[in-house]
Design a protein around this ligand. Structure first.
Ligand SMILES: [Zn+2]
Length: 102
């Protein structure tokens, strides 16, 4: 959580498009309310108003494929769906499986 004074917020503008910045308290970011919509990180209470440090707008980020994020659970066939095959010689005894092919 960062707290920036209202005076500071008035002075700060987006270095990319000169629009005003809105404080995103949850993310600790200053979000450009203008055309570019970049979100600038606040590090140790100091806003980093560098275009290259700015985070791209959500829309553009969402448009790109994001691997390893909220993957849909792949439906795996449960053993119950498989046909039950009686396996003589396969016994479960005390948690140990004993398989004999005799
Ligand atoms: Zn901007």
């Amino acid at each position: 959580m960062s707290e920036l004074s209202a005076d500071l917020m008035d002075i700060l503008v987006c270095p990319n498009c000169r629009a005003q910045l809105a404080l995103d308290v949850e993310r600790d970011e200053l979000v450009c309310v203008g055309a570019c919509g970049l979100a600038y990180p606040i590090k140790d209470g100091i806003p980093v108003l560098i275009v290259s440090e700015g985070r791209k707008p959500e829309k553009l980020v969402a448009a790109e494929p994001e691997p390893e994020k909220e993957e849909e659970p792949t439906p795996k066939p449960s053993p119950d769906d498989e046909p039950t095959i009686a396996a003589p010689g396969l016994t479960e005894d005390g948690g140990e499986l004993t398989i004999s092919f005799s």
